[in-house]
Design a protein around this ligand. Structure first.
Ligand code: HEL
Length: 419
């Protein structure tokens, strides 16, 4: 049986929740659950200090699960703390570097959303107006609004499920391809729609391809120019770019390694590609510091009006754990210590990313690993969130070669059945 991408992702998310120690069934803004016994409270807000040993352990779990390298960069009242494990380039053996650039996949969706919501702030786009009002005849249903794109409730099928049904052949078929937005939307429209507009959350890259089209229609400019003037230059993000359809990551960067579906097959260096299959849904390049700066600026109100930011962080659940939520181009994870963090995750061939910040933008974490199509590594990387924001030790991941060495006797493993 072939599971759809979203189904696989839901299962992965559930696994992340279990391994990362996310409490189930906590209300959206419920009072903090008991703080982990070894956590240290710091700062005027009483925020939990990151457990740096646990952060490193989460990264080690990630490489033990098959990632060539992994890193995490936390910024908070105590300053910046970076941890790295493994390599950024398997051919040269160069060590993972917290300053290096990498592909951020769907964290791009948050950038695209900010641009579109700035256009809302400027009165050029309305969230509850039909997409077809701005792009006449594009979609088969006038009821699909701009908001439905941003909160994944349009029902437009995700064309990437079919595109990447076979991982490496799917990737190689598009690695050097350049698509128009319209070609990608047409791929989606060949498939049945997944829900009636507005009725249910169903993650789809198609939504954010249409967001790119809306940005270009409303501004008359390419999305690259809008990311640049509205976010990148404004925040001084010197390591962030949108180079589509360029294929290289310029400067100090991390190489990505895609795991083939076939057991034992060698990793595929997937660093260079157009990412044209994703464009405004996932083609940006950035680094850890820039992603933290961006997420922190966003949540602390430096990019959007309070009214529009409020719309962006108004979330609904994405699964039944009641710990995972989606707003407008933005995820919210409720962690086991009661802290909610906002940001996005990314999966693009060879790269997993987590970029999250607290509601006040004061504490931020970017974590990444240079592999993909490897759920256990992504799950292990998710453990950095609990370590960073809750000061909590990660569980060892259950990989055959990793578990024994990753679960030293003194390690504070979460209790079975406690979440
Ligand atoms: S998927 C996600 C993540 N998002 C979505 C988007 C992104 N990335 C993609 O759509 C890539 C899909 C193919 C990835 C590929 C691999 O692992 O490299 N997998 C296969 O080819 C499987 N056969 C919801 C996880 C997000 O976190 O928002 O990024």
């Amino acid at each position: 049986m072939r599971l759809s991408l979203e189904r696989r992702l839901t299962l992965t998310a559930a696994l992340v929740a279990v391994v990362a120690g996310v409490a189930p069934a906590t209300a959206a803004h419920a009072a903090p659950a008991s703080v982990p016994s070894q956590a240290v409270l710091t700062g005027p807000t009483g925020a939990v200090a990151p457990d740096l040993e646990a952060l490193t352990q989460a990264l080690r779990n990630t490489t033990a699960a098959g990632a060539p390298g992994a890193m995490a960069r936390f910024t908070g009242p105590g300053g910046v703390k970076s941890r790295t494990v493994g390599v950024r380039d398997q051919a040269t053996g160069a060590a993972m570097d917290p300053k290096a650039r990498f592909r951020i996949g769907s964290v791009t969706k948050t950038f695209s959303t900010v641009v579109l919501l700035q256009l809302v702030d400027e009165g050029k786009v309305n969230l509850d107006t039909s997409v077809n009002h701005y792009l006449p005849g594009l979609l088969p249903d006038n009821r699909i609004t701009v908001r439905h794109l941003l909160n994944h409730r349009s029902g437009l099928a995700d064309y990437t499920n079919a595109m990447f049904a076979k991982t490496v052949p799917g990737f190689e078929a598009v690695r050097n391809k350049v698509f128009t937005y319209k070609q990608l939307v047409d791929l989606s429209l060949k498939e049945p729609r997944t829900t009636q507009p507005g009725v249910a959350y169903k993650y789809s890259n198609t939504n954010f391809v249409v967001v790119g089209m809306l940005i270009e229609k409303a501004t008359g400019n390419k999305v690259a120019k809008e990311y640049d003037s509205r976010i990148i230059k404004k925040l001084g993000l010197r390591n962030t770019s949108y180079v589509h359809p360029g294929t290289t990551i310029k400067g100090l960067h991390i190489n990505g390694y895609l795991r083939p579906d076939e057991a034992g097959a060698p990793l595929v260096d997937s660093t260079e590609q157009t990412v044209s299959w994703a464009q405004s849904a996932g083609a940006m390049i950035s680094n850890s510091a820039d992603l933290s700066t961006f997420m922190s600026a966003l949540l602390s109100g430096k990019l959007l009006s309070p009214r529009v930011l409020d719309a962006m962080i108004t979330t609904t659940p994405t699964d039944t754990t009641n710990t995972r939520f989606y707003g407008l181009g933005l995820r919210r994870y409720d962690l086991s210590c009661g802290t909610s963090v906002y940001g996005h995750t990314g999966t693009v061939q060879g790269f997993y990313t987590y970029a999250f910040t607290t509601r006040d933008g004061v504490r931020s974490l970017t974590a990444m690993a240079n592999t993909s199509n490897r759920g256990e590594a992504n799950t292990a990387l998710g453990g950095t969130l609990e370590a960073a924001f809750c000061g909590k030790k990660p569980a060892a991941t259950g990989t055959k070669r990793g578990l024994a060495v990753l679960a030293p006797a003194e390690m504070d493993l979460p209790e079975q059945g406690s979440r």
